[in-house]
Design a protein around this ligand. Structure first.
Ligand code: PEP
Ligand code: MG
Length: 569
Protein backbone atom coordinates (compact mmCIF):
# COMPACT_ATOMS: atom_id res chain seq x y z
CA UNK A 1 0.00 0.00 0.00
CA UNK A 2 1.14 3.50 -0.72
CA UNK A 3 -0.49 6.41 0.96
CA UNK A 4 0.17 10.11 0.92
CA UNK A 5 -1.11 13.01 2.88
CA UNK A 6 -0.61 16.69 2.24
CA UNK A 7 0.56 17.03 5.84
CA UNK A 8 3.72 15.26 4.82
CA UNK A 9 4.12 16.70 1.34
CA UNK A 10 6.46 19.68 1.25
CA UNK A 11 6.66 22.04 -1.66
CA UNK A 12 9.95 22.62 -3.42
CA UNK A 13 9.32 26.37 -3.71
CA UNK A 14 8.46 27.24 -0.13
CA UNK A 15 8.25 31.06 0.13
CA UNK A 16 10.97 32.91 2.07
CA UNK A 17 10.16 34.18 5.58
CA UNK A 18 8.41 37.53 5.39
CA UNK A 19 6.94 36.90 1.92
CA UNK A 20 3.58 38.63 1.62
CA UNK A 21 1.09 36.72 -0.53
CA UNK A 22 -1.73 38.82 -1.92
CA UNK A 23 -5.33 37.63 -2.07
CA UNK A 24 -8.79 39.10 -1.93
CA UNK A 25 -10.06 40.15 1.52
CA UNK A 26 -13.30 38.48 2.58
CA UNK A 27 -13.66 38.74 6.36
CA UNK A 28 -11.79 41.43 8.30
CA UNK A 29 -9.55 40.62 11.24
CA UNK A 30 -6.02 39.39 11.84
CA UNK A 31 -4.80 35.98 12.99
CA UNK A 32 -1.33 34.53 13.56
CA UNK A 33 -0.99 30.75 13.82
CA UNK A 34 0.48 27.69 12.10
CA UNK A 35 -1.03 26.42 8.87
CA UNK A 36 -3.02 23.22 8.66
CA UNK A 37 -4.23 21.74 5.42
CA UNK A 38 -6.98 19.27 4.61
CA UNK A 39 -5.61 15.76 4.35
CA UNK A 40 -5.51 14.38 0.81
CA UNK A 41 -7.16 11.15 -0.16
CA UNK A 42 -5.06 8.12 0.70
CA UNK A 43 -3.62 6.50 -2.41
CA UNK A 44 -4.22 2.82 -1.95
CA UNK A 45 -2.79 -0.02 -3.97
CA UNK A 46 -5.14 -2.62 -2.53
CA UNK A 47 -4.09 -5.36 -4.91
CA UNK A 48 -0.62 -5.35 -3.36
CA UNK A 49 -1.89 -6.07 0.15
CA UNK A 50 -1.28 -9.63 1.42
CA UNK A 51 -4.13 -11.93 2.49
CA UNK A 52 -4.77 -12.12 6.23
CA UNK A 53 -3.98 -15.46 7.88
CA UNK A 54 -7.05 -17.27 9.17
CA UNK A 55 -6.11 -16.81 12.82
CA UNK A 56 -5.75 -13.03 12.40
CA UNK A 57 -9.04 -12.41 10.62
CA UNK A 58 -11.14 -11.79 13.74
CA UNK A 59 -8.68 -9.11 14.89
CA UNK A 60 -8.67 -7.57 11.40
CA UNK A 61 -12.48 -7.45 11.56
CA UNK A 62 -12.33 -5.67 14.91
CA UNK A 63 -9.79 -3.19 13.56
CA UNK A 64 -12.19 -2.44 10.71
CA UNK A 65 -15.23 -2.05 13.01
CA UNK A 66 -13.31 0.33 15.27
CA UNK A 67 -12.08 2.43 12.32
CA UNK A 68 -15.59 2.76 10.85
CA UNK A 69 -17.01 3.67 14.27
CA UNK A 70 -14.31 6.31 14.82
CA UNK A 71 -15.06 7.89 11.45
CA UNK A 72 -18.82 7.92 12.13
CA UNK A 73 -18.24 9.37 15.61
CA UNK A 74 -16.10 12.21 14.26
CA UNK A 75 -18.73 13.05 11.64
CA UNK A 76 -21.45 13.03 14.31
CA UNK A 77 -19.38 15.36 16.50
CA UNK A 78 -18.93 17.76 13.64
CA UNK A 79 -22.66 17.60 12.90
CA UNK A 80 -23.32 18.55 16.52
CA UNK A 81 -21.05 21.59 16.19
CA UNK A 82 -22.52 22.74 12.88
CA UNK A 83 -25.91 24.27 12.20
CA UNK A 84 -28.45 24.16 9.39
CA UNK A 85 -27.60 22.48 6.12
CA UNK A 86 -24.03 21.66 7.17
CA UNK A 87 -25.23 19.80 10.24
CA UNK A 88 -27.70 17.79 8.15
CA UNK A 89 -25.07 16.87 5.55
CA UNK A 90 -22.60 15.73 8.20
CA UNK A 91 -25.23 13.77 10.17
CA UNK A 92 -26.40 11.99 7.01
CA UNK A 93 -22.81 11.01 6.14
CA UNK A 94 -22.29 9.76 9.72
CA UNK A 95 -25.36 7.54 9.39
CA UNK A 96 -24.13 6.16 6.08
CA UNK A 97 -20.74 5.40 7.67
CA UNK A 98 -22.56 3.02 10.04
CA UNK A 99 -24.89 1.53 7.43
CA UNK A 100 -25.21 -2.23 8.02
CA UNK A 101 -25.27 -2.93 4.27
CA UNK A 102 -21.75 -1.91 3.35
CA UNK A 103 -20.32 -2.74 6.80
CA UNK A 104 -21.64 -6.31 6.39
CA UNK A 105 -20.18 -6.58 2.89
CA UNK A 106 -16.76 -5.48 4.16
CA UNK A 107 -16.91 -7.86 7.15
CA UNK A 108 -17.70 -10.74 4.81
CA UNK A 109 -14.62 -9.98 2.72
CA UNK A 110 -12.44 -9.79 5.85
CA UNK A 111 -13.75 -13.18 6.99
CA UNK A 112 -12.69 -14.54 3.61
CA UNK A 113 -9.15 -13.23 4.16
CA UNK A 114 -9.13 -9.75 2.65
CA UNK A 115 -7.15 -7.14 4.58
CA UNK A 116 -9.43 -4.41 5.97
CA UNK A 117 -8.41 -1.68 3.49
CA UNK A 118 -9.06 -3.98 0.53
CA UNK A 119 -12.34 -5.12 2.07
CA UNK A 120 -13.46 -1.50 2.49
CA UNK A 121 -12.49 -0.70 -1.07
CA UNK A 122 -14.31 -3.74 -2.44
CA UNK A 123 -17.44 -3.28 -0.36
CA UNK A 124 -17.73 0.39 -1.23
CA UNK A 125 -17.14 -0.33 -4.93
CA UNK A 126 -19.96 -2.88 -4.76
CA UNK A 127 -22.33 -0.32 -3.22
CA UNK A 128 -21.20 2.46 -5.55
CA UNK A 129 -22.12 0.23 -8.49
CA UNK A 130 -25.45 -0.68 -6.93
CA UNK A 131 -26.34 2.96 -6.06
CA UNK A 132 -25.29 4.12 -9.53
CA UNK A 133 -27.56 1.55 -11.19
CA UNK A 134 -30.47 2.58 -8.97
CA UNK A 135 -29.93 6.15 -10.18
CA UNK A 136 -31.68 9.26 -8.88
CA UNK A 137 -31.20 10.10 -5.25
CA UNK A 138 -29.29 6.90 -4.50
CA UNK A 139 -26.73 7.77 -7.18
CA UNK A 140 -26.20 11.13 -5.49
CA UNK A 141 -24.93 9.34 -2.38
CA UNK A 142 -22.02 7.82 -4.28
CA UNK A 143 -19.79 10.76 -3.40
CA UNK A 144 -20.63 10.26 0.28
CA UNK A 145 -19.77 6.56 0.03
CA UNK A 146 -16.39 7.37 -1.51
CA UNK A 147 -15.77 9.99 1.14
CA UNK A 148 -16.47 7.41 3.84
CA UNK A 149 -14.16 4.89 2.12
CA UNK A 150 -11.29 7.42 2.12
CA UNK A 151 -11.86 8.35 5.75
CA UNK A 152 -11.99 4.73 6.93
CA UNK A 153 -8.91 3.72 4.94
CA UNK A 154 -6.99 6.72 6.31
CA UNK A 155 -8.03 5.71 9.83
CA UNK A 156 -6.96 2.08 9.26
CA UNK A 157 -3.54 3.35 8.19
CA UNK A 158 -3.08 5.87 10.97
CA UNK A 159 -3.16 8.74 8.44
CA UNK A 160 -4.72 12.17 9.01
CA UNK A 161 -8.39 12.14 8.11
CA UNK A 162 -9.03 13.33 4.55
CA UNK A 163 -11.01 16.52 4.52
CA UNK A 164 -10.70 19.25 7.10
CA UNK A 165 -8.71 18.14 10.16
CA UNK A 166 -9.73 18.97 13.71
CA UNK A 167 -6.63 20.54 15.31
CA UNK A 168 -6.05 20.76 19.07
CA UNK A 169 -4.56 24.25 19.00
CA UNK A 170 -5.35 27.48 17.11
CA UNK A 171 -4.55 27.04 13.43
CA UNK A 172 -4.98 28.75 10.08
CA UNK A 173 -6.77 26.49 7.62
CA UNK A 174 -5.26 26.84 4.15
CA UNK A 175 -6.73 24.95 1.23
CA UNK A 176 -7.23 25.11 -2.47
CA UNK A 177 -10.94 25.56 -1.81
CA UNK A 178 -13.40 24.39 0.83
CA UNK A 179 -16.81 22.83 0.45
CA UNK A 180 -19.51 24.97 2.14
CA UNK A 181 -20.41 22.04 4.43
CA UNK A 182 -16.78 21.70 5.56
CA UNK A 183 -16.50 25.41 6.20
CA UNK A 184 -19.73 25.55 8.16
CA UNK A 185 -18.70 22.61 10.32
CA UNK A 186 -15.53 24.32 11.53
CA UNK A 187 -15.00 25.37 15.11
CA UNK A 188 -13.94 29.05 15.09
CA UNK A 189 -12.22 28.54 18.44
CA UNK A 190 -9.50 26.41 16.83
CA UNK A 191 -9.65 27.43 13.19
CA UNK A 192 -8.71 31.08 13.66
CA UNK A 193 -8.50 32.07 9.98
CA UNK A 194 -9.13 30.74 6.49
CA UNK A 195 -7.10 31.26 3.35
CA UNK A 196 -7.81 29.64 0.00
CA UNK A 197 -6.11 29.55 -3.36
CA UNK A 198 -9.41 29.56 -5.23
CA UNK A 199 -12.81 31.10 -4.54
CA UNK A 200 -14.11 34.59 -5.17
CA UNK A 201 -15.02 37.17 -2.53
CA UNK A 202 -18.71 36.41 -2.93
CA UNK A 203 -18.60 32.63 -3.35
CA UNK A 204 -20.95 30.87 -0.99
CA UNK A 205 -17.97 29.39 0.83
CA UNK A 206 -16.82 32.92 1.59
CA UNK A 207 -20.30 33.79 2.79
CA UNK A 208 -20.29 30.91 5.25
CA UNK A 209 -16.78 31.86 6.41
CA UNK A 210 -18.15 35.29 7.19
CA UNK A 211 -20.86 33.70 9.27
CA UNK A 212 -18.15 32.01 11.34
CA UNK A 213 -16.65 35.44 11.93
CA UNK A 214 -13.00 34.49 11.41
CA UNK A 215 -10.57 36.38 9.16
CA UNK A 216 -10.69 35.03 5.63
CA UNK A 217 -8.74 35.74 2.45
CA UNK A 218 -9.49 34.02 -0.86
CA UNK A 219 -7.75 33.78 -4.23
CA UNK A 220 -4.33 33.94 -2.55
CA UNK A 221 -1.64 33.68 -5.19
CA UNK A 222 1.16 31.28 -4.14
CA UNK A 223 -0.67 29.85 -1.13
CA UNK A 224 -0.23 26.27 -2.39
CA UNK A 225 3.52 26.61 -1.75
CA UNK A 226 3.05 27.24 1.98
CA UNK A 227 3.35 23.88 3.72
CA UNK A 228 1.45 22.78 6.80
CA UNK A 229 3.17 23.80 10.01
CA UNK A 230 4.39 27.17 8.65
CA UNK A 231 3.35 30.08 10.85
CA UNK A 232 1.46 32.76 8.93
CA UNK A 233 -0.20 36.09 9.60
CA UNK A 234 -3.57 36.37 7.86
CA UNK A 235 -4.90 39.89 7.43
CA UNK A 236 -8.54 39.68 6.34
CA UNK A 237 -8.74 43.45 5.92
CA UNK A 238 -5.76 43.87 3.59
CA UNK A 239 -6.24 40.45 1.99
CA UNK A 240 -2.70 39.27 2.71
CA UNK A 241 -1.03 36.14 4.05
CA UNK A 242 2.47 36.81 5.40
CA UNK A 243 4.66 33.71 5.54
CA UNK A 244 6.72 33.26 8.75
CA UNK A 245 6.46 36.95 9.73
CA UNK A 246 8.53 38.68 12.36
CA UNK A 247 6.94 37.40 15.55
CA UNK A 248 6.68 40.63 17.50
CA UNK A 249 5.30 42.57 14.48
CA UNK A 250 2.73 39.80 14.02
CA UNK A 251 1.72 39.92 17.68
CA UNK A 252 1.36 43.73 17.43
CA UNK A 253 -0.89 43.37 14.38
CA UNK A 254 -3.07 40.84 16.19
CA UNK A 255 -3.29 43.12 19.25
CA UNK A 256 -4.26 46.13 17.09
CA UNK A 257 -6.96 44.11 15.31
CA UNK A 258 -8.26 42.96 18.68
CA UNK A 259 -8.44 46.59 19.81
CA UNK A 260 -10.51 47.53 16.72
CA UNK A 261 -12.74 44.49 17.28
CA UNK A 262 -13.20 45.44 20.94
CA UNK A 263 -14.23 48.95 19.92
CA UNK A 264 -16.76 47.43 17.51
CA UNK A 265 -17.98 45.12 20.27
CA UNK A 266 -19.09 48.19 22.23
CA UNK A 267 -21.44 49.22 19.44
CA UNK A 268 -24.98 48.32 20.35
CA UNK A 269 -27.03 49.93 17.57
CA UNK A 270 -29.24 51.15 16.10
CA UNK A 271 -27.48 51.92 12.84
CA UNK A 272 -26.75 55.61 12.35
CA UNK A 273 -23.97 57.92 11.28
CA UNK A 274 -22.21 60.12 13.88
CA UNK A 275 -24.64 62.93 13.03
CA UNK A 276 -27.72 60.74 13.43
CA UNK A 277 -28.63 59.72 9.86
CA UNK A 278 -30.33 56.37 10.34
CA UNK A 279 -29.49 53.31 8.25
CA UNK A 280 -30.87 50.02 9.53
CA UNK A 281 -28.13 47.44 10.11
CA UNK A 282 -29.66 44.00 9.56
CA UNK A 283 -28.44 40.40 9.50
CA UNK A 284 -28.31 37.79 6.74
CA UNK A 285 -29.41 34.37 8.03
CA UNK A 286 -30.09 30.93 6.62
CA UNK A 287 -32.18 29.19 9.28
CA UNK A 288 -33.66 29.49 12.76
CA UNK A 289 -30.36 28.71 14.51
CA UNK A 290 -28.56 31.44 12.59
CA UNK A 291 -31.40 33.87 13.30
CA UNK A 292 -31.22 33.15 17.03
CA UNK A 293 -27.44 33.72 16.92
CA UNK A 294 -27.96 36.96 14.97
CA UNK A 295 -30.46 38.10 17.60
CA UNK A 296 -27.55 38.15 20.06
CA UNK A 297 -25.97 40.94 18.01
CA UNK A 298 -27.32 44.49 17.65
CA UNK A 299 -28.84 43.55 14.25
CA UNK A 300 -32.16 45.36 13.97
CA UNK A 301 -33.79 42.65 11.90
CA UNK A 302 -33.15 40.23 9.06
CA UNK A 303 -32.45 41.82 5.69
CA UNK A 304 -31.96 38.52 3.85
CA UNK A 305 -33.16 35.06 4.82
CA UNK A 306 -31.62 32.76 2.20
CA UNK A 307 -34.30 30.06 2.28
CA UNK A 308 -32.63 27.80 -0.29
CA UNK A 309 -29.81 27.13 2.18
CA UNK A 310 -32.32 25.29 4.42
CA UNK A 311 -32.88 22.70 1.71
CA UNK A 312 -29.48 22.06 0.12
CA UNK A 313 -29.59 18.45 1.23
CA UNK A 314 -33.34 17.89 0.98
CA UNK A 315 -34.38 15.29 -1.58
CA UNK A 316 -38.08 16.06 -1.99
CA UNK A 317 -39.88 19.39 -1.89
CA UNK A 318 -40.66 20.11 1.77
CA UNK A 319 -44.37 20.37 2.53
CA UNK A 320 -45.99 23.72 3.20
CA UNK A 321 -46.20 22.82 6.90
CA UNK A 322 -42.53 21.85 7.06
CA UNK A 323 -41.53 25.08 5.37
CA UNK A 324 -43.84 27.17 7.57
CA UNK A 325 -42.20 25.67 10.64
CA UNK A 326 -38.70 26.66 9.43
CA UNK A 327 -39.71 30.19 8.41
CA UNK A 328 -41.62 30.58 11.66
CA UNK A 329 -38.42 29.97 13.64
CA UNK A 330 -36.76 32.97 11.99
CA UNK A 331 -39.84 35.14 12.52
CA UNK A 332 -39.93 34.11 16.14
CA UNK A 333 -36.24 34.92 16.68
CA UNK A 334 -36.86 38.46 15.41
CA UNK A 335 -40.40 38.92 16.69
CA UNK A 336 -41.63 42.46 16.20
CA UNK A 337 -38.68 43.26 13.91
CA UNK A 338 -38.22 43.50 10.18
CA UNK A 339 -37.63 40.15 8.49
CA UNK A 340 -37.12 39.87 4.72
CA UNK A 341 -37.62 36.35 3.43
CA UNK A 342 -36.18 35.59 0.01
CA UNK A 343 -37.91 32.93 -2.06
CA UNK A 344 -35.76 30.02 -3.24
CA UNK A 345 -32.66 31.15 -5.11
CA UNK A 346 -32.02 27.63 -6.37
CA UNK A 347 -29.70 26.90 -9.25
CA UNK A 348 -26.18 27.76 -10.34
CA UNK A 349 -23.91 27.03 -7.37
CA UNK A 350 -26.90 26.30 -5.09
CA UNK A 351 -28.82 23.52 -6.87
CA UNK A 352 -31.73 21.94 -5.01
CA UNK A 353 -32.49 18.28 -5.64
CA UNK A 354 -36.23 18.90 -5.84
CA UNK A 355 -36.10 21.94 -8.12
CA UNK A 356 -35.73 19.89 -11.30
CA UNK A 357 -32.83 21.90 -12.70
CA UNK A 358 -32.21 21.32 -16.37
CA UNK A 359 -28.74 20.29 -17.51
CA UNK A 360 -27.20 23.57 -18.55
CA UNK A 361 -23.84 24.51 -19.99
CA UNK A 362 -23.84 27.80 -18.12
CA UNK A 363 -26.03 27.57 -15.02
CA UNK A 364 -25.17 31.02 -13.63
CA UNK A 365 -26.87 32.41 -16.73
CA UNK A 366 -29.53 29.74 -16.68
CA UNK A 367 -32.65 28.72 -14.83
CA UNK A 368 -31.94 30.01 -11.33
CA UNK A 369 -33.76 32.18 -8.80
CA UNK A 370 -37.24 33.27 -9.84
CA UNK A 371 -36.74 31.52 -13.21
CA UNK A 372 -37.31 28.09 -11.65
CA UNK A 373 -40.93 29.13 -11.07
CA UNK A 374 -41.51 29.35 -14.84
CA UNK A 375 -41.58 25.57 -15.33
CA UNK A 376 -42.43 24.75 -11.76
CA UNK A 377 -44.89 27.39 -10.50
CA UNK A 378 -45.97 25.11 -7.65
CA UNK A 379 -42.62 25.60 -5.91
CA UNK A 380 -43.19 29.35 -5.60
CA UNK A 381 -46.88 29.01 -4.73
CA UNK A 382 -46.16 26.53 -1.96
CA UNK A 383 -43.35 28.65 -0.59
CA UNK A 384 -45.49 31.79 -0.51
CA UNK A 385 -48.28 29.77 1.13
CA UNK A 386 -45.80 28.60 3.76
CA UNK A 387 -44.51 32.13 4.40
CA UNK A 388 -48.09 33.38 4.72
CA UNK A 389 -48.90 30.53 7.11
CA UNK A 390 -45.83 31.30 9.23
CA UNK A 391 -46.80 34.98 9.24
CA UNK A 392 -50.32 34.21 10.35
CA UNK A 393 -49.25 31.80 13.07
CA UNK A 394 -46.62 34.15 14.50
CA UNK A 395 -48.61 37.35 14.02
CA UNK A 396 -45.55 38.83 12.25
CA UNK A 397 -45.54 40.67 8.93
CA UNK A 398 -42.53 39.49 6.96
CA UNK A 399 -41.51 41.07 3.69
CA UNK A 400 -40.87 38.68 0.79
CA UNK A 401 -38.55 39.17 -2.13
CA UNK A 402 -37.72 37.29 -5.30
CA UNK A 403 -34.14 36.67 -6.45
CA UNK A 404 -32.74 37.20 -9.95
CA UNK A 405 -35.49 39.44 -11.25
CA UNK A 406 -34.60 40.69 -14.74
CA UNK A 407 -37.79 42.36 -15.97
CA UNK A 408 -40.57 44.55 -14.62
CA UNK A 409 -43.02 41.91 -15.79
CA UNK A 410 -41.42 39.29 -13.53
CA UNK A 411 -41.64 41.76 -10.64
CA UNK A 412 -45.30 42.44 -11.40
CA UNK A 413 -46.19 38.75 -11.43
CA UNK A 414 -44.29 38.04 -8.20
CA UNK A 415 -45.81 41.05 -6.46
CA UNK A 416 -49.35 39.96 -7.41
CA UNK A 417 -48.75 36.49 -5.98
CA UNK A 418 -47.30 37.86 -2.74
CA UNK A 419 -50.01 40.48 -2.28
CA UNK A 420 -52.78 37.94 -2.86
CA UNK A 421 -51.47 36.23 0.29
CA UNK A 422 -51.24 39.46 2.28
CA UNK A 423 -47.44 39.64 2.03
CA UNK A 424 -45.36 42.77 1.30
CA UNK A 425 -43.46 42.18 -1.96
CA UNK A 426 -40.04 43.36 -3.05
CA UNK A 427 -37.38 42.10 -5.42
CA UNK A 428 -33.65 41.74 -5.47
CA UNK A 429 -31.63 43.83 -7.85
CA UNK A 430 -28.90 41.47 -8.99
CA UNK A 431 -29.17 41.71 -12.77
CA UNK A 432 -28.02 44.93 -14.47
CA UNK A 433 -31.26 44.97 -16.48
CA UNK A 434 -33.20 45.32 -13.23
CA UNK A 435 -30.98 48.14 -11.98
CA UNK A 436 -31.38 49.99 -15.27
CA UNK A 437 -35.18 49.73 -15.10
CA UNK A 438 -35.56 49.93 -11.30
CA UNK A 439 -38.02 52.75 -11.79
CA UNK A 440 -40.45 50.49 -13.67
CA UNK A 441 -39.96 47.62 -11.25
CA UNK A 442 -40.85 49.97 -8.40
CA UNK A 443 -44.27 50.50 -9.95
CA UNK A 444 -45.08 46.98 -8.73
CA UNK A 445 -43.13 46.34 -5.54
CA UNK A 446 -42.75 48.04 -2.17
CA UNK A 447 -38.98 47.75 -1.76
CA UNK A 448 -35.74 46.74 -3.46
CA UNK A 449 -32.76 44.88 -2.06
CA UNK A 450 -29.52 45.03 -4.01
CA UNK A 451 -27.57 41.77 -4.20
CA UNK A 452 -24.13 43.14 -4.95
CA UNK A 453 -22.61 39.65 -5.25
CA UNK A 454 -24.56 38.75 -8.33
CA UNK A 455 -24.83 42.33 -9.51
CA UNK A 456 -21.01 42.39 -9.65
CA UNK A 457 -20.90 39.01 -11.40
CA UNK A 458 -23.37 40.02 -14.10
CA UNK A 459 -22.20 43.61 -14.50
CA UNK A 460 -18.58 42.63 -14.92
CA UNK A 461 -19.32 39.40 -16.87
CA UNK A 462 -17.07 37.60 -14.39
CA UNK A 463 -17.90 34.36 -12.57
CA UNK A 464 -18.21 35.09 -8.85
CA UNK A 465 -16.56 31.71 -8.15
CA UNK A 466 -13.46 32.50 -10.19
CA UNK A 467 -10.28 33.32 -8.28
CA UNK A 468 -8.64 34.67 -11.40
CA UNK A 469 -11.43 37.20 -11.88
CA UNK A 470 -11.74 38.19 -8.22
CA UNK A 471 -10.62 41.75 -8.95
CA UNK A 472 -13.49 42.12 -11.41
CA UNK A 473 -16.14 40.71 -9.06
CA UNK A 474 -14.99 43.06 -6.30
CA UNK A 475 -18.08 45.05 -5.19
CA UNK A 476 -15.88 48.16 -5.11
CA UNK A 477 -15.95 48.17 -8.92
CA UNK A 478 -17.13 51.66 -9.88
CA UNK A 479 -19.50 50.23 -12.52
CA UNK A 480 -21.26 48.13 -9.88
CA UNK A 481 -21.52 51.12 -7.57
CA UNK A 482 -22.89 53.23 -10.44
CA UNK A 483 -25.74 50.71 -10.81
CA UNK A 484 -26.30 50.81 -7.05
CA UNK A 485 -26.52 54.61 -7.27
CA UNK A 486 -29.02 54.36 -10.11
CA UNK A 487 -31.21 51.91 -8.17
CA UNK A 488 -31.11 54.03 -5.03
CA UNK A 489 -32.15 57.14 -6.99
CA UNK A 490 -35.16 55.25 -8.38
CA UNK A 491 -36.20 54.24 -4.84
CA UNK A 492 -35.73 57.75 -3.45
CA UNK A 493 -37.84 59.23 -6.25
CA UNK A 494 -40.88 57.27 -5.09
CA UNK A 495 -40.00 57.09 -1.39
CA UNK A 496 -39.51 53.31 -1.30
CA UNK A 497 -36.71 51.63 0.67
CA UNK A 498 -33.64 50.31 -1.14
CA UNK A 499 -31.30 48.14 0.90
CA UNK A 500 -28.11 46.23 0.15
CA UNK A 501 -27.85 42.60 1.25
CA UNK A 502 -24.81 41.42 -0.73
CA UNK A 503 -21.37 41.05 0.81
CA UNK A 504 -20.67 44.73 0.06
CA UNK A 505 -22.80 45.60 3.09
CA UNK A 506 -20.45 43.61 5.33
CA UNK A 507 -17.41 45.75 4.50
CA UNK A 508 -17.45 48.64 7.02
CA UNK A 509 -15.82 51.11 4.64
CA UNK A 510 -18.02 50.17 1.70
CA UNK A 511 -21.08 50.25 3.97
CA UNK A 512 -20.33 53.96 4.58
CA UNK A 513 -20.04 54.53 0.83
CA UNK A 514 -23.39 52.77 0.27
CA UNK A 515 -24.89 55.00 2.95
CA UNK A 516 -23.52 57.99 1.08
CA UNK A 517 -25.16 56.67 -2.08
CA UNK A 518 -28.46 56.67 -0.18
CA UNK A 519 -29.25 53.07 0.69
CA UNK A 520 -31.74 52.75 3.53
CA UNK A 521 -30.53 49.48 5.06
CA UNK A 522 -27.41 47.31 5.15
CA UNK A 523 -27.76 43.59 5.69
CA UNK A 524 -24.67 41.54 6.48
CA UNK A 525 -23.61 38.29 8.11
CA UNK A 526 -24.20 38.51 11.86
CA UNK A 527 -20.45 38.46 12.50
CA UNK A 528 -20.06 41.65 10.45
CA UNK A 529 -22.92 43.62 12.02
CA UNK A 530 -20.95 45.29 14.82
CA UNK A 531 -18.00 46.23 12.61
CA UNK A 532 -20.35 47.90 10.13
CA UNK A 533 -22.40 49.67 12.80
CA UNK A 534 -19.30 50.88 14.68
CA UNK A 535 -17.68 52.32 11.54
CA UNK A 536 -20.89 54.05 10.51
CA UNK A 537 -21.14 55.65 13.94
CA UNK A 538 -17.70 57.24 13.45
CA UNK A 539 -18.46 59.15 10.25
CA UNK A 540 -20.93 61.81 9.20
CA UNK A 541 -23.46 61.56 6.40
CA UNK A 542 -21.57 64.34 4.62
CA UNK A 543 -18.35 62.28 4.72
CA UNK A 544 -20.26 59.26 3.39
CA UNK A 545 -21.63 61.34 0.52
CA UNK A 546 -18.19 62.75 -0.29
CA UNK A 547 -16.76 59.23 -0.29
CA UNK A 548 -19.57 58.04 -2.57
CA UNK A 549 -18.92 60.87 -5.04
CA UNK A 550 -15.20 60.17 -4.99
CA UNK A 551 -15.68 56.45 -5.55
CA UNK A 552 -17.99 56.94 -8.54
CA UNK A 553 -15.26 58.95 -10.26
CA UNK A 554 -12.57 56.27 -10.04
CA UNK A 555 -11.30 53.83 -12.64
CA UNK A 556 -10.86 50.61 -10.64
CA UNK A 557 -11.87 48.83 -7.46
CA UNK A 558 -8.48 49.53 -5.88
CA UNK A 559 -8.74 53.25 -6.71
CA UNK A 560 -12.28 53.27 -5.33
CA UNK A 561 -11.12 51.78 -2.03
CA UNK A 562 -8.27 54.27 -1.78
CA UNK A 563 -10.61 57.18 -2.55
CA UNK A 564 -13.03 56.10 0.18
CA UNK A 565 -10.21 55.59 2.67
CA UNK A 566 -8.93 59.09 1.99
CA UNK A 567 -12.30 60.56 3.00
CA UNK A 568 -13.44 58.13 5.68
CA UNK A 569 -10.13 57.15 7.30
C1 PEP B 1 -26.25 38.63 -3.88
O1 PEP B 1 -26.20 38.13 -5.01
O2 PEP B 1 -25.64 39.66 -3.55
C2 PEP B 1 -27.05 37.97 -2.84
C3 PEP B 1 -27.23 38.54 -1.66
O3 PEP B 1 -27.55 36.73 -3.13
P1 PEP B 1 -26.65 35.39 -3.05
O4 PEP B 1 -25.29 35.77 -2.53
O5 PEP B 1 -27.35 34.44 -2.16
O6 PEP B 1 -26.63 34.95 -4.47
MG1 MG C 1 -27.58 36.58 -5.51
Amino acid sequence: MTATSSLSSQSASRPDPGTVLQGVPVVAGVAYAPVIRPGRLPEVDVSGLPEVAEGDRAAEGERFTAAAATVAGRLRDRAAHATGAASEVLAATATLAQDRGWLGAAEKRIKEGAPAARAVNGAIDQFVEMFTKLGGLMAERVTDLRDIRDRVIAELNGLPEPGVPLPDSPSVLCAEDLAPADTAGLDPAVIVALATTLGGPTSHTAIIARQLGIPCVVAVHGLDDVPAGTTVLVDGTLGTVTVTPDESAAQDAVAEAARVAAAAADWSGPGATADGHQVAVLANVQDGAAARAARETPAEGVGLFRTELCFLNTDAEPTVDEQAQIYGEVLEAFAGRKVVIRTLDAGSDKPLKFAGHPDEANPALGVRGIRIAENNPGLLHHQLDAIAAAAEKSGEQPWVMAPMIATAQEAESFAAQARSRGLTPGVMIEVPAAALLAERILEHVDFLSIGTNDLAQYTMAADRMSAELATLTDPWQPAVLALVAMTVRAGAAVGKPVGVCGEAAADPLLACVLTGLGVTSLSAAAAAVQGVGAKLAQVTLQQCREAADAVLGTASAAEARAAALAVLG
